[in-house]
Design a protein around this ligand. Sequence first.
Ligand SMILES: *Cc1c(COP(=O)(O)O)cnc(C)c1O
Ligand code: SF4
Length: 334
Amino acid sequence: MIQSRVEARDVADWKTALRQGVRDLRELLDRLGLEPEALLDPADPRSEFPLRVPLAFVARMRRGDPHDPLLRQVLATMAERDDPDGALDVVGDGAAMALPGVLRKYAGRALLIATGSCAIHCRYCFRRHFDYAEGQLSATRLDAALAALHADRSISEVILSGGDPLVLDTPKLERLTERLASIAHLRRLRIHTRLPIVLPERVDAALARWLRALPWPSVMVVHANHPRELDAAVATALRTVAASGVTVLNQAVLLAGVNDRLEVLTELSERLFEVGVLPYYLHQLDRVRGTGRFAVPDAQARTLHAGLRACLPGYLVPRLVREVAGAPSKLPLL
Ligand SMILES: *Cc1c(COP(=O)(O)O)cnc(C)c1O
Ligand code: SF4
């Protein structure tokens, strides 16, 4: 009885936290003690990819700092409107859509777009132009997707992605993995999510129980770009995931003005390891329209990566990669 009361409170907690995320620019700036004039590039309050950021993430931003690296990740700016070099689908997701909600790019792996929504809207996101109404796995499409996974015995790993699959509530995730469990040739499950970083409340008792009960060795790939994203609440959430028997990896995106300095990337790796996470990928930005202000030149990316190799043990050096449409894997930047 006591346990179910605790879990009822957990459920309300993360969903409330998700709902309470900031969507209003004025409110965000007020919370940070910033005047709109303090922003170098004026903010755009009416973007087609609207502002959205959980309070737990806002709380880690430095008050009064218009250049804060966490703020920079979420602030819509007027520069996004004037970015002629960006494309709409640079990573080839349109072509890789095997059927609605299922992306097949790489051998052995199928990626499910479990939902189109996210708790946070990252300005550099390559999915910001993706047609989720077309692409996401609605209830009616799930049957077809599962039938395709059943039929293709070459698929050994299913990746739950999106959007962010942990925006779905736990009973829904349980129903999904119960259905996946009937596919005998699946050997691994992977979850791509930013929620343990931006909304650590999501890692509650029910989620941990779901993770522990998964019938496959499982991997969670989280997404943090700056060491300051990993505060005490996030550390607790990540340790809970790891204690559920799930391998936890991190992917970051190399972002100008956020983490394009050697000290920041080194500290990100060090801090990840402290909270039980290994660095996996450092992505060179996918140049979709509206993301130009985050681009880091390849030469600088290579220099930073060489710097990481020179000062960290090999297991703390993420693979520096770029996604190229049609390539058989993410490509190392050599
Ligand atoms: C990135 C990606 C994967 C996973 O690639 P890994 O190199 O295994 O991490 C799988 N499917 C799609 C469609 C992807 O974009
Ligand atoms: S959480 Fe991931 S998918 Fe969602 S907006 Fe951010 S980078 Fe994109």
